[in-house]
Design a protein around this ligand. Structure first.
Ligand SMILES: NC(=O)c1ccc[n+]([C@@H]2O[C@H](COP(=O)([O-])OP(=O)(O)OC[C@H]3O[C@@H](n4cnc5c(N)ncnc54)[C@H](OP(=O)(O)O)[C@@H]3O)[C@@H](O)[C@H]2O)c1
Length: 321
């Protein structure tokens, strides 16, 4: 667990590289068709552009609020949940989102993402991230071909090795795909604090463009060594489990937001947890998951307004540790 002192020493670093972007973050063609919508009451969207941060290896700007797909996108294509996800995707892209993270490990999530991007016409606005998770070269090749087919695309923006699995074969394969122009960036992921040491070592050995790691108000350990090392090494950081897989909402219950929340433009706990993640200067994008329209709209609002001060971040860690 990160000590309060270690956390503060990192959190008090000045935020660097943060800029405002137009609503459509990637300079790509606008979609020609809109996704079908489902009537849902959603929070009013924040006005103005979402904050962006640069990918250190290229300078490409990414909107700070992305979308995860574990669980929330693992639904049948003929279900009502899929119809709702069309609305979620529309809210996400129209609200300035771009980064979607998925994996062949999330049952049919890649099929769902592929269908949403295809049917909604969102592919050119999307920074699409998927993963490699297989134990031999032959399986890696087959899995990659299957991911492209399921995602209905011929390339992805980011290909990461899932939970550092079979690194010795997976990273060379990912590098080959990058050299062939089928993948723009390569990365490494994990979601457990107990794996941070291993992830740090792999980041130093492999020099990826991205790491993806867990970081939240109740699991802030990445701030002690991993996030500063990523900043020093020029590695982009994608944050998973910002809600501790949803468990943080049970922790807050009906508890009121801190009195200073309005100073950062925060009006919900969801926004507060996401703002905590993006307030670390090493963080490029946070990828919360949701399959609900109102929650998606609420999450996007965290990409606007002031970041949290070091003292505010420390107070949150104190509340949830
Ligand atoms: N090893 C890896 O590479 C790895 C590991 C873990 C995660 N990831 C990636 O990171 C993403 C995020 O992590 P995660 O999905 O594990 O956890 P998370 O984003 O911390 O939490 C997602 C959960 O929170 C719920 N939720 C969202 N907003 C809510 C709200 N306002 N009130 C109550 N519940 C709410 C969602 O349910 P609803 O859908 O019902 O809203 C979902 O069950 C994943 O989806 C995945 O893309 C990668």
């Amino acid at each position: 667990m990160t000590s309060r002192r270690e956390f503060l020493s990192v959190a008090s670093l000045a935020a660097t590289g943060i800029v405002l972007s137009p609503l459509v973050a990637c300079s790509r063609e606008a979609p020609t068709t809109g996704a079908a919508t489902t009537a849902t009451a959603t929070p009013a969207p924040a006005t103005g552009p979402m904050l962006t941060r640069p990918i250190p290896s290229t300078g490409e700007q990414l909107p700070v609020i992305g979308a995860g797909t574990s669980g929330s996108y693992e639904v049948a294509l003929d279900s009502q949940e899929y119809q709702t996800l069309k609305d979620v995707a529309r809210i996400f892209f129209e609200g300035g989102g771009s980064v979607i993270d998925t994996s062949p490990n999330y049952s049919n999530a890649e099929d769902v993402v592929g269908a949403l991007l295809d049917e909604g016409g969102w592919r050119e606005r999307c920074f699409l991230a998927t993963k490699l998770a297989a134990d031999s070269r032959a399986e890696l090749e087959a899995q990659w071909a299957d991911s492209l087919r399921r995602l209905r695309t011929d390339r992805v923006e980011l290909l990461a090795v899932h939970n550092l699995r079979n690194l010795t074969e997976a990273m060379p394969f990912a590098r080959e795909l990058k050299e062939q122009g089928l993948v723009k960036y390569i990365g490494l992921t994990h979601y457990l604090t107990s794996a941070h040491g291993e992830l740090l070592q792999a980041m130093q050995d492999e020099q990826p463009d991205f790491i993806q790691v867990n970081y939240s108000v109740n699991s802030p350990a990445a701030a002690s060594r991993l996030l500063p090392a990523a900043a020093d090494q020029g590695v982009a950081v994608m944050i998973n489990r910002a809600f501790d897989d949803g468990r943080l909402f049970a922790r807050v219950g009906g508890r009121a937001l801190p009195g200073w929340a309005a100073e950062a433009g925060v009006t919900s706990w969801s926004q507060m947890f996401l703002k905590f993640a993006i307030s670390h200067p090493a963080v490029t994008v946070v990828i919360p998951a949701t399959g609900k329209s109102d929650r998606q709209a609420d999450q996007l609002n965290a990409g606007h307004g002031e970041l949290l001060t070091a003292a505010q971040q420390e107070e949150l860690v104190g509340m949830f540790s």
